[in-house]
Design a protein around this ligand. Structure first.
Ligand code: FUL
Length: 438
């Protein structure tokens, strides 16, 4: 007991709060390592030019002329993506697989004479390509006749079971929070606790995304940008999905003393819309913009979920693939070889001869929780003087850019922590200045 009191005293004396904090599950740890993966929005909206279909679109309109899921996977891999999450069902209710719980599916479309199955094609292509496969199954359904009645909860659960049984393993399940029914629309009370329990039972290794988790949270915007302070912890008590969620700012930064481990995922589209529209072929984000989004998502301890919507052929448009391959080249070039040598025990990087540096990458080991709340980088310049760069959280990865300087060494000082931090890595780089984000 005396030892324990002494330890507590010691910890409080150095500013460490002895509190039990949530830690990631092994599935969440593996999810953190995924860092970058794709979203694919594809369905009737691809053919009608809409973003939110009404659910009354005729099945005949869904007819991709040259579908090639291996092309999606090939470009995804060339862009560095580790997985793909597909809109199995968006708000219009159209199912990209022949579901027996709906009459608004690919089986009623002319595509491959009603024998097509895009979940099958993509799940198989992902398996062949060695990347993960995930699904977006919109709870909001503007087509299903049972929607708005308790019976729909059962329909939704059966739908999920059908997908998980036929196309698993499903790595990530995506529940969006949208519901645009309006004041006179159908009021649906979703049984989320049962939805969650169902997935935990049939596929315990799947990570579930929604505004408030349980495993991964929305980052609070659809621009792909995490907070420069970004906690993997979040309080969810009293909140619900969609309109009843925490403030967007809170989702963006997390809660320092939050009770649950629910890290942020940054979803953003490579185009203005989530679905492909011909008039947006000229509005594809450039390789540099994608790189900067990487710095603002992965570089702030979150994951980067980039939407790349196939066109009416069922292929990724050339403009998108050029930007994506360019993005990966920038990444490889930028982070190819770190400068200097990291001494783990001392949290320093030393350069044998003074080096030009404008970027530092920090990594915290998260097995026992996220600890760093404030830090300073001490940059030792060639003339021996010291310049300081300050930051707050580190988490899975923190990429800090600053105006370039010639340095002899870099030392990390943790100025505020919620437990004993474990720093896995400190790496220094000199990036092309047009890529930097401050
Ligand atoms: C939102 C939806 O309403 C959008 O259409 C899109 O799917 C986005 C990723 O999630 O909730």
């Amino acid at each position: 007991m005396r030892h324990l009191l002494f330890l507590l005293f010691l910890l409080s004396a150095i500013g460490v709060k002895a509190q039990p904090f949530p830690t990631p599950t092994k599935e969440q740890m593996a999810w953190h390592d995924m860092e970058f993966y794709w979203f694919i929005h594809f369905g009737p909206n691809t053919f009608t030019g809409k973003e939110w279909g009404h659910g009354d679109e005729k099945e005949e309109i869904f007819n991709p002329s040259a579908l090639d899921c291996d092309q999606w996977v090939r470009i995804a891999k060339q862009s560095g993506a580790k997985g793909i999450i597909l809109t199995a069902k968006h708000h219009d209710g159209f199912c990209l697989w022949p579901s027996k719980y709906s009459t608004h599916t690919i089986a009623q479309s002319p595509f491959e004479n009603g024998k097509g199955d895009i979940l099958r094609s993509l799940a198989d292509a992902c398996k062949r390509g060695g990347i993960k496969f995930g699904v977006y199954i919109s709870p909001w359904d503007r087509n299903h006749p049972a929607y708005g009645t308790p019976a729909y909860n059962e329909v939704y659960i059966n739908t999920m079971k059908e997908i998980f049984a036929a196309y698993g393993p499903i790595w990530e399940l995506w529940w969006d929070g949208a519901n645009g029914e309006g004041p006179n629309g159908k009021k649906m009370v979703y049984d989320f606790p049962l939805f969650e329990k169902t997935i935990r039972t049939i596929s315990p290794s799947t990570v579930i995304f929604s505004d408030i988790g349980p495993d991964i949270r929305w980052v609070g915007n659809e621009n792909g940008i995490a907070g420069t302070t970004n906690w993997n912890r979040l309080d969810t008590a009293g909140f619900s999905r969609g309109a009843g969620g925490p403030k967007q700012d809170t989702l963006n930064q997390g809660n320092r003393f939050g009770k649950n481990w629910i890290p942020a995922e940054c979803d953003v589209s490579i185009r203005p819309g989530w679905f492909w529209h011909a008039e947006e072929d000229s509005k594809v984000k450039s390789a540099v913009e994608l790189f900067q989004l990487y710095l603002k998502s992965v570089g702030r301890g979150a994951n980067f979920l980039l939407n790349v919507p196939p066109d009416t052929r069922g292929r990724i448009h050339e403009n998108d693939s050029v930007a994506l391959v360019g993005f990966q080249q920038l990444l490889q070039h930028a982070f190819a070889s770190p400068l200097g040598k990291f001494n783990r025990g001392r949290w320093t990087v030393r350069f044998s001869t003074p080096a030009e540096v404008n970027t530092v990458v920090l990594e915290e080991d998260l097995h026992l929780g996220q600890m760093v709340a404030g830090f300073t980088l001490q940059l030792e310049k060639a003339d021996g003087s010291i310049e300081l760069v300050k930051g707050s959280t580190i988490g899975h990865k923190r990429i800090l850019c600053f105006p370039g300087k010639t340095l002899k060494s870099i030392k990390l000082r943790v100025t505020e922590a919620d437990g004993r931090p474990v720093i896995k890595n400190i790496r220094a780089y000199q990036l092309p200045t047009e890529l930097l984000v401050f």
